[in-house]
Unconditional design. Structure first.
Length: 408
């Protein structure tokens, strides 16, 4: 099988509009959560989110194209543009062997909400002819291929909050088994709108700290009360080792293993015995042919929900025991990017591995009883990371895990 390496990555998220900004924000534990500004949230029980502020798509994308794609597709193109530039790849003569596996949990939801309003207020004749392409969850993946002329495998995993780690796993599979030489993977999400927030709030999944937005996302803390909606995108360039070396690429890291399974338990609640989340980490370790002792960081799914964090802590203890492996959650800073969360959080861990630090979780004031057995990172600290494990779990019981390490 072909070894799979990472040669570039890019992101736009609530605390950064590029990788350089992201590194600085991670080190400083910058929190991107505030009162919602894109619309008036006064009628909602939840009035906070992690938005991408001051975003002008025309700074990155052709103006005409930007008007014909949803905000989530705009984010995707911005992240991919940076990833491609950082990798230094030229797709000429490669295009039939380059795939795009780009995920989203909800796709172009903002378009649905906007066009529903047009239909109700102005009638069916005023609905945009671009509505259907704009709202499709696979359109970001399709637009990426069109912009860069890529003709290899192209599709969109939709597995709720596990979507973009599934994208990384699927891209790895395509390269390992020779179906592609290069795959652009990642995820994008833009769903900060009244209806999704009202829906998640009705499930009691969201934090209601409207008066203290900066303190709302608090993974593993005993006073956590729900997650915070976020938006943005993350993209990575995966290549076969042979192709990357042949073109003289700067190889950043290697995808060493992955695991995928399902709890088969409940629509939205995790298995109370943490069997699925425990097993998916073991599957990733087995695929990587690695022992738990070789992992230095677990980048958690940990959304700041009472049950979810506790069960992930249980799963980590099942796999790693009371070891010194660092444990953190990037959602403490950026909130929960749903289908894009796994990709953005993988990029955070890559940045930390490259630059020898792990970011802290500023709202971790008092860990719950079970989580206190973990080596939780409260303050940013210097650390050498050889390999990290990234968890992502989604409604429907979807579990995905990837192991990435230094390239040797």
């Amino acid at each position: 099988m072909n070894r799979v390496v990472i040669t570039g990555f890019g992101t736009i998220n609530p605390i950064a509009q590029n990788v350089k900004e992201f590194e600085k924000s991670l080190r400083e534990m910058k929190i991107g959560i505030d009162r919602i500004s894109n619309f008036d949230p006064s009628d909602l029980s939840v009035q906070i989110a992690a938005e991408v502020k001051d975003f002008d798509p025309t700074k990155f994308i052709d103006r005409k194209l930007s008007k014909r794609i949803d905000r989530y597709s705009q984010f995707a193109l911005v992240a991919v543009k940076e990833a491609v530039e950082n990798s230094g790849i030229n797709f000429e003569n490669l295009e039939k062997r380059v795939g795009v596996i780009f995920a989203s949990g909800m796709g172009g939801y903002l378009t649905i909400e906007q066009q529903s309003k047009v239909l109700n207020e102005r009638g069916p004749s005023r609905v945009s002819p671009f509505m259907i392409p704009m709202l499709l969850a696979n359109m970001a993946s399709g637009v990426i291929s069109m912009v860069y002329g890529l003709k290899g495998p192209n599709f969109t995993p939709v597995s709720a909050c596990a979507s973009s780690v599934h994208a990384i796993a699927m891209g790895t599979m395509l390269i390992r088994h020779g179906y592609a030489d290069v795959v652009i993977v990642g995820g994008s999400e833009a769903t900060i709108a009244p209806l999704p927030i009202a829906g998640f709030a009705a499930m009691r999944a969201l934090s209601t700290r409207n008066d203290e937005p900066q303190k709302a996302s608090r993974p593993f803390d005993v006073d956590r009360d729900g997650f915070v909606m976020a938006e943005g995108a993350g993209a990575l360039i995966l290549e076969s080792e042979e192709v990357a070396k042949k073109r003289g690429a700067n190889i950043i890291a290697e995808v060493k293993g992955f695991g995928m399974n399902d709890d088969a338990y409940h629509f939205s609640a995790p298995d109370p015995e943490a069997r699925g989340s425990t097993e998916v980490m073991k599957l990733a370790l087995k695929d990587a042919n690695m022992s738990p002792e070789e992992i230095d960081l677990v980048s958690c799914h940990a959304t700041s929900t009472p049950v979810g964090d506790e069960l992930e802590a249980k799963a980590i203890l099942n796999v790693f025991g009371n070891t010194d492996v660092f444990v953190n959650s990037t959602k403490s800073l950026v909130g929960h990017l749903l289908g894009a969360a796994g990709a953005v959080e993988t990029i955070a861990a890559l940045i930390e591995m490259q630059n020898n630090f792990v970011h802290g979780m500023p709202n971790l004031e008092k860990p719950d009883e079970l989580s206190s057995n973990l080596n939780l990172v409260k303050e940013t600290k210097e650390a050498k990371i050889r390999n990290f494990l990234k968890n992502s779990f989604g409604f429907g019981g979807h579990n995905a895990c990837v192991i990435i390490g230094r390239y040797e």
